[in-house]
Design a protein around this ligand. Sequence first.
Ligand code: FAD
Length: 371
Amino acid sequence: MRVAVIGAGIVGLACAEELVCAGHDVRVFDPDPGGGATRAAAGMLAPAGEAWHGETDLLRLGVASARLWPGYAARLHADSGLDVDLRTTGTLLVGQDHDDLLHVRRTLDVLETEGIAFRELDRREARAEEPTISRVAGAALLPEDHHVNPRLVAAALLRLVAARLVRARAVVTPTGVATADGRSFACDAVVLATGAEARGLVPAVRPVKGETIRLRAADPPTRVLRARVHGEPVYVVPRAGGEVVVGASEEEHDTAPVASLGTVVRLLHAARTLVPGLETADVVEVTARNRPGTPDNGPLLGSDDSPGAFRLVLAVGHYRGGVLLAPLTAQVVRSLVEDGDVMAVARPFAPSRFDPRQSIVGPEHRKASCA
Ligand SMILES: Cc1cc2nc3c(=O)[nH]c(=O)nc-3n(C[C@H](O)[C@H](O)[C@H](O)COP(=O)(O)OP(=O)(O)OC[C@H]3O[C@@H](n4cnc5c(N)ncnc54)[C@H](O)[C@@H]3O)c2cc1C
């Protein structure tokens, strides 16, 4: 099939690569591949750490995708020659003070109900597990929440679809897609993977700004730390070469994302309180991007059933979990393009769970720009 993928963030790239592997004739459109939320992401594969009451379907989706990651990372390495730095050392969920620890326990309640592994640690055990942290109230080890470097994942995927990339913005037309410079491409299917920018066509998606700060530290933590530090949520993600990613803020947002001083100071203060050794770290980069948020924090994965010249498939709204969910999303999108069965764990994320007329683009709207 001739398939156009609009958007080459981690989601669009994963979909394009899966469709290329399946033998389809794929074009992927993006003026700045990997430059959206993918660029800011910390790369935590953290269904357990993100678990919250009322989000059981999302937790199950995340767990299913997390299980794909070891094989996916190995395949990307073998096929592209790039190691995406998957680390399977687990995550420490930390409560700095007593109130913070109560918040941690709320997450553990959800994990207990779902039978997801964790080990509670008192303050001494927490320090023994991760000697770089300060005196904290308590913690829990989440052995199955891992992390990857999203920029390397995007680079690996980009290598694998390089011949299919069109570096241009694209809009949906009645017969497929067109670029601003007037090239048009007739398609059998169009996959919309434009991240937070999808909101022009998919009103259920909204931009939520997030900032991450990249440091270089002499004595970084050995595993991911997700913490509440006197009420402030913060995470610290160690990477190769002493790089440490500190994140992340969440702010409802309507314009181009720019990092703000107050947020950066708050995040760095919380990170330094948690890991005092970060005091002497170099600040390498501050990045702000918009996440594609949705009303229930879950992605929109579905296709447009109305008859038209082509099938329109949505792969948008991955909010805080686009890196985690990329391999599973790619499989779901391939099924949707090929008219196959969508796996049960992804069915709760059909766009029709929101107002069906509003949540997916109808044929009458296909002329509209997705920019
Ligand atoms: C600060 C921060 C930290 C995060 N940390 C994590 C994390 O630890 N783990 C995790 O799983 N997720 C994390 N996320 C979320 C994750 O980054 C997103 O869910 C994910 O990037 C969404 O991927 P995407 O491909 O849909 O969107 P994006 O990465 O935003 O990519 C969308 C792409 O579409 C392109 N585009 C838009 N419109 C058009 C058009 N008309 N034509 C052509 N191209 C177009 C853009 O140029 C862009 O490249 C984080 C996000 C932020 C902001």
